[in-house]
Design a protein around this ligand. Structure first.
Ligand SMILES: Nc1ncnc2c1ncn2[C@@H]1O[C@H](COP(=O)(O)OP(=O)(O)O)[C@@H](O)[C@H]1O
Ligand code: SF4
Ligand SMILES: [Mg+2]
Length: 367
């Protein structure tokens, strides 16, 4: 019998960062104006570190993941910032340079990845193509063994190499995409909602596979999702996105026990608790339309802590500790997030998983 064990984590968070994102800004041009979908986002990751990026649908997660790979397509546009892989700025590379670093240095498991497989090509050939594109024809020697070994890494038998995507289950397809994306041992893996379309049991298995894969390679991971519970089990760091901004980031334990941003607090409170069966607390209200953000803090219409200043000024990102940042006017005046005002009644009828913000004057886009 085989048991799914997660190997002891190698030392994480040491050494020079493999990924540094500075002031990244991405907009979508629309007939009604530019939509700032990623707004001055900064973070860095060290080798082996796992960042879980969480936020409601429409908060800019996929836009950011795509921009990190320089795969932004019109009407999207990277407006500013830096995406440094070591010393290389992704945003300054030409097409040839980009082809070299993608897969080899940074790889994306895209949202809806199962549909990203080429339907008319066997899995093994898709892997061989990726390898050959980077290493040339010399890589053909020993290719079969290499493909089998890579499939084994994601828990798939070697026979999968001869299969077409439609012959695989959802979980197997997701594993196949992970195998193809990481076949060149990238330093950074970005996985955009890799488990969203899967049932709960398969979700856990795919997360364990991603963890083992990452440990084997020693790469850093950005795992994107909207399920705080699932992400918290996997990540070392949690980043919370709201309306295109990274509103809080910090180590997972601290984020769970001592959240500083009111939105993070509400995300945690909305996690189902074994001790309080049936009492699910939702976050009242809807995410804002990015074209028409409220004045001041974008979270102010939903924030139980909002005070005068929140309706006037956009809160700057505050460094609260060496590895803690939050964008909220409660700091630096408060040493921690104050207790929720007793008068605040959370609206239990509003579920956490909300659909994307209504983009006024825009066609609906997939979240
Ligand atoms: N092609 C597009 N045109 C215009 N706006 C878009 C487009 N794609 C995404 N957006 C907007 O950008 C915002 C962020 O979207 P996205 O990055 O997909 O969010 P998430 O992945 O967090 O659900 C959303 O408000 C969405 O409406
Ligand atoms: S800045 Fe104000 S409205 Fe925004 S999260 Fe902080 S307290 Fe709430
Ligand atoms: Mg998305």
């Amino acid at each position: 019998m085989t048991t799914e064990t997660t190997p002891a984590r190698v030392t994480v968070g040491t050494g020079d960062p493999v990924l540094r994102v500075r002031d990244l800004q991405v907009s979508y041009g629309t007939p009604n104006g530019d939509v700032p979908a990623v707004d001055h986002v900064s973070f860095s990751l060290q080798p082996g570190q796992r960042l879980g990026l969480i936020g409601e649908s429409g908060s800019g997660k996929t836009t950011m993941a795509t921009a990190l790979m320089r795969l932004t397509r019109p009407p999207g546009r990277i407006v500013g910032g830096e995406v440094l892989l070591g010393e290389t700025d992704m945003l300054k590379l030409d097409e040839k340079g980009l082809r070299e670093v993608r897969l080899r240095d940074i790889a994306l498991v895209p949202q809806g990845a199962m549909n990203s497989l080429n339907p008319v090509m066997r899995i093994g050939n898709q892997m061989a193509d990726a390898i050959e594109a980077h290493e040339g024809r010399a890589a053909r020697k020993g290719m079969e063994e290499r493909i089998s070994a890579q499939l084994a890494r994601v828990g798939l038998p070697p026979t999968v190499a001869r299969r077409y995507p439609h012959e695989l289950s959802g979980g197997m397809k997701q594993r196949a995409v992970m195998a193809i994306s990481t076949v060149l041992n990238p330093k950074v893996i970005i996985a955009d909602e890799p488990t969203s379309a899967l049932d709960v049991v398969v979700q856990r298995q795919v997360m364990q596979t991603l963890g083992r894969l990452q440990e084997g390679i020693g790469s850093a991971v950005v795992l994107i999702g909207h399920d705080m519970g699932l992400i918290a089990q996997f990540a070392d760091l949690i980043g919370v996105m709201y309306a295109g901004r990274l509103v809080e980031i910090g180590p997972v334990d601290e984020m769970l026990t001592d959240p500083r941003h009111p939105y993070t607090r509400l995300l945690i409170d909305s996690l189902p608790k074994l001790t309080a069966k049936g009492k699910l607390v939702g976050i009242p209200g809807l995410p804002p339309a990015l074209l028409n953000l409220p004045q001041g803090c974008a979270f102010n219409p939903r924030c139980p802590y909002a005070f005068d200043r929140c309706h006037q000024d956009v809160p700057a990102v505050q460094q609260l500790a060496p590895d803690r940042r939050a964008a909220c006017h409660l700091y630096p005046a408060n040493p921690a997030l104050p207790a929720l005002p007793a008068s605040v009644q959370m609206d239990a009828a509003t579920p956490l998983e909300l659909t994307g913000p209504a983009m006024e004057g825009q066609e609906e886009v997939a979240g």
